[in-house]
Design a protein around this ligand. Structure first.
Ligand code: DCM
Ligand code: MG
Length: 293
C-alpha cells in the first residue's frame, strides 16, 4: 500500500489495513496536525504501552512513532455552554437559563493576539430562559438578575420537551463529532444539564464530548499564584474585565474568548482528555429532587 506523505513513524506489530479503514484523528506526537490513523480492530484492548499505529500527516511529513495513543477524538465542532441556575450544587439547583455558542474548529485554529479579543465571524448561538420551578437562592437571584417572578412574568415555560427539541436540533445541525465546552463543566454544567434531561426522560448522544476548561487551563497555563476562575482567566489573557458575568450569554462569550487565547492547545487537550457525555453523572437523583420540590 502506498503511504505517500507518511510520517514514517510506523507500527511494527501489524500490516497496514485497507485504505477504507483510515480515519482522521489527532496525533499525540504531532498534536497540531490532522492525521490519518489506521485503527486496528483490537486497538482499544491493547495495553497502552504497546498501542501503536501507522499515521500520515495531511500537511507535511513528520516523524512520529506512537506508542501510547489513547482513543482520540477529532472534534469538528466545539459548543461553548453556560447554565444559570437557582443555586449551587448543595441547593440541588434547577436550570433557569442556558446559552450555547457552536464554533467549527476551523474558526478556532488561530489564537488571537493577546490583548485583542476577536470573535470568529461564524457562530451559531442559542440562548433560552426557562422557569426553573424552584425558588432561587438569594445569592443566585442577586448575581444572575433572574428571579422566579421575572421569569413567570415573561411567561417562560419550564425545561420541557420543547426546550429539549430546540437544544437537540441545535446540536444536531453542527458538524460532528461535537464537544461541549464549559468552565467547571464536570463539576457543574454537565451534571446539571444531564439531570434536567433525565427529568424529562431524554438524553444527549452518549458519545458527545465534554471538555472542562478548568482542569485543562490549570495544566496548560501554569503561572504562580494564578486564579483559574473564568473572570480571572479573561483578565489574565486580555487585561480587562469580562462583560456580562452571570448571564449565560455573557459567560459563554467570556469562555469562548478565553478558549481562543489557547485554542490550538485546548483542542489538542480535548482530543486526548475530553470525557464522553455517557460518563457524566447527573448532579442529583430525580427521586431526591422530586421529593424536595
Ligand atoms: N451560583 C450561586 N452562587 C454563586 C455563584 C454561582 O448560586 N456565588 C449559581 C447561580 C448561577 C450558577 O451558579 O446561575 C452558575 O454560575 P455562573 O454564573 O458563575 O455560571
Ligand atoms: Mg454563568
Amino acid at each position: 500500500m502506498n503511504f505517500k506523505g507518511s510520517c514514517g513513524g510506523v507500527a511494527t506489530s501489524f500490516a497496514p489495513p485497507p485504505r477504507r479503514d483510515v480515519q482522521r484523528r489527532v496525533c499525540r506526537a504531532c498534536p497540531s496536525m490532522l492525521l490519518s490513523v489506521s485503527p486496528q480492530p483490537a486497538f482499544k484492548s491493547l495495553p497502552r504501552a504497546t498501542q501503536s499505529h501507522r499515521c500520515f500527516c495531511w500537511r507535511k511529513s513528520v516523524s512520529c512513532k506512537l506508542s501510547a495513543m489513547a482513543v482520540l477524538q477529532d472534534f469538528q465542532t466545539f459548543v461553548f455552554l453556560d447554565l444559570e441556575t437557582t443555586g449551587l450544587p448543595r441547593d440541588q439547583p434547577r436550570l433557569a437559563e442556558l446559552c450555547l455558542f457552536a464554533v467549527h474548529r476551523r474558526s478556532l485554529q488561530r489564537s488571537p493576539l493577546l490583548g485583542t479579543p476577536q470573535l470568529p465571524r461564524i457562530i451559531d448561538k442559542l440562548t433560552l430562559c426557562v422557569d426553573p420551578q424552584k425558588p432561587f437562592t438569594l445569592e443566585a437571584e442577586r448575581i444572575t438578575g433572574l428571579s422566579n417572578r421575572n421569569l413567570e412574568e415573561n411567561c417562560k415555560a419550564d425545561f420541557n420537551n420543547g426546550v429539549v427539541e430546540i437544544l437537540k436540533g441545535f446540536l444536531r445541525r453542527q458538524m460532528g463529532p461535537v464537544c461541549l465546552v464549559a468552565h467547571n463543566g464536570l463539576g457543574f454544567d454537565f451534571p446539571l444539564l444531564r439531570a434536567e434531561l433525565w427529568r424529562v426522560d431524554t438524553d444527549l448522544p452518549l458519545s458527545t464530548g465534554c471538555l472542562d476548561t478548568l482542569p485543562a487551563l490549570k495544566e496548560l497555563e501554569r503561572s504562580p499564584g494564578m486564579s483559574y476562575q473564568l473572570g480571572a482567566l479573561f483578565r489574565h489573557f486580555y487585561g480587562r474585565e469580562p462583560i456580562g458575568a452571570h448571564s449565560a450569554e455573557g459567560d459563554v462569550l467570556t469562555l469562548l474568548l478565553v478558549f481562543l487565547a489557547k485554542a490550538p492547545e485546548l483542542m489538542t487537550w480535548a482530543a486526548h482528555n475530553a470525557h464522553s457525555w455517557g460518563k457524566i453523572q447527573p448532579m442529583y437523583s430525580l427521586s431526591l429532587s422530586r421529593s424536595r420540590n
